[in-house]
Design a protein around this ligand. Sequence first.
Ligand SMILES: *Cc1c(COP(=O)(O)O)cnc(C)c1O
Ligand SMILES: [Zn+2]
Length: 471
Amino acid sequence: MSTRVATSKQLALQRCIMPTCGATYDLGEVRTNCGECGSLLDIAYEWDRLPVPSHLREFEAKWTRRNDPLCRSGVWRFYELLPFAPPEKVVTIGEGQTPLMVSDGVGSFVGMKPGKLLLEYEGMNPSGSFKDNGMTAAFTHAHTIGAKRAACASTGNTSASLALYCSVSKLMQAVIFIGSGKISYGKLSQALDYGALTIQITGDFDDAMQRVREVSTRMGIYLVNSVNPFRLEGQKTIMLRVLESLDWQVPDWIVVPGGNLGNSSSFAKAFMELKELGLVDRVPRLAIINAKGADTLYELYENRGLRWNNGAPNTKITDGYYAELDAGHLRADTIASAIEINRPVNLDKCLRGLEFMNGVVREVNDQEILDAKAQVGASGLGCEPASAASVAGAKLLREQGVIAPDEQVVCILTGHQLKDPTATVAYHTSDQKEFDRVLGSRGVSRAAFANRAVQVDNDLDAIVRAIQLNS
Ligand SMILES: *Cc1c(COP(=O)(O)O)cnc(C)c1O
Ligand SMILES: [Zn+2]
């Protein structure tokens, strides 16, 4: 495959996702929404005039060229499916070296037959979450247009990722906005350590998101939140790597936690394009899992019937729900801080994706999330709380009979286990007071899979006895 680039207007552009509008913008324009109708934007390609592989297997040729950073990167080795920037402008730090693993331990917890439950471990990225897949793409675009500062609002992982790309590349300064409430120490420590300018405002993620949009517009700072359509181009490759790991076979289900709904939207875009290009013959079903304390998508999609509706979603349903949230002063609240979001910015894109992938939405509570997380820790590489929503959601869908025990299910583990050690230790600790302090207030009353430390006197015989008793 050659690497012809779609930098000219004709080969790739930004396009409004609403079919009734369809306004287009040059790749060089920095936009986070449509200037005509305010909707979200996609990156659209003129595939007919680009060198697209005729089979996904052609990407295997890149496996032998690991000395080339564009082949080693788990994002950019799929360059031909996201050719929006010249190769020499690509900023990569080796993201996307992530494994897909069968876990029969987690599978039996979920209720699957052996071999049927797979975990795509995105915690293995350089900054420890899937966000690096998107950041390398947005950062590359920012670099092509000569940005000197980049900003985001974040529950933690987006800021950790941005801060890392800035510190390693030295191409831009990172300006990150966080709320005053929950941000796990693992994530905050990354932003501080990587030297990002960190602005902590009073308020939660939804407040920080609103402010960062205003500030970026006023100060001309490049915004890398997932409203940025280039980010989702990078995140498409999570699906390509899943297919790659499955020898290019399509699984039955993709299960993913839903926060701002960028990931789920990008997965759907990946399959929309693969289908259009004839590179897959079928599409998996998508399950998006909300935390109960931040369940806007679940409420709108499953309870109030909001649908993509051929590009004309009923905005009255959404506006009405948001007005209720405001009137009741209702704030998102869950231990899964990475998905503690009440106003998902990619809602419309996600609705389109749910329709295309015949999707379902479910919600799981903090107890279910932490129990699932303990199972992932015990037999599946570990993850942070938000990631475990995918496993808890798969279990729920199994119980409801929506997922069959012999279907092939891929749960996306979005973030590394060490991102939020406070939640993990509180769950496993033998100290009931600490458990109650951190978790009790969130309705978590039991730690069914707790691995408590055994307290022993500093005495050889006592220690030997304790080991014998516990093994
Ligand atoms: C950002 C994030 C999510 C949510 O992803 P969205 O694309 O915002 O829906 C889930 N889990 C982790 C660990 C995250 O960092
Ligand atoms: Zn538009």
